[in-house]
Design a protein. Sequence first.
Length: 305
Amino acid sequence: MPSGIFLFEIDESFGPKIVADYYLSRDKVTPEALKILSEKHTKDLIDATYKTENIRYYSSKMKVEGLKEKIYLGFIIKPNEDIVSLKSVFEEIEKQIINNLSKDRRKMQEQLQKVLTSILSLMEKLKEPKIIQEKINEKTKALLDQGKLQDARYWIELGEKIPAQLSNAVKEAEQFYKQKLYKKSKKSYIKAAELANQIQEIEMNHILLRKGEVIGDIPLYIKEQEALNRDIKKVLEELEVRHINIVYKNVLSIIEKNIHLSNKLEDYVFIDTLENLKEVCFTALNTAIELANIDKEIKEFVKNF
């Protein structure tokens, strides 16, 4: 679960700047973390992460029209905590924040506090059936007070089975996800979403469906990543038989695609490898271009022999 939330902008002239933030612990976004996240976003990554020994930062670009600055929303989570849940709720959070954007920092901090509280409440509901049961009990009591006995009986029946079934479906989905059984995980999340819909938990329904979609896309991303890895190896193997500057240009575009795809898979260790390879290939490309220019000069000299 996130322990902090922060909103920041990246100005082309002045770099990253915190717009508003709210924390539940002493862990806060550091200037170093903000700088690293910003550098990753300026490389056209929509999602970015940075991990220290005890903290993991995750941020994503927000779709805000009409602003010169680019706005990003970030979270502080535990190092080994997955960010699929945050990605699943991001669109809902984004709407809430965009609808309440203000230049008043205090108002934005209050908004971030509401958002973080809402996320924690929702995640707690998914893990603890008693919370859902209590909400159903409140609705049932209200119906009884209104004399709507038939409706009350309906909700009593739902309260006896849905909370436990919903919680079990979510736990099952999480277990399948950890085992990398993505199709089964998606199926369990869709089942949980249907159960949430039965008890009129609309926001929960949307988020569970979204989470299922995110996880369901993972096998496709893995196949694409494997294909890109093969392409990178194939292109680099041609160094000896082709003009090296063309080879490096080709491989850089493939590496860039692989970085974006690996970001979707949260394969951040591999992203670091790709970033290092990209940097080396870029240096090699510049060197190759320089050598090509020298070759031209040499050929001009040779013409005069």
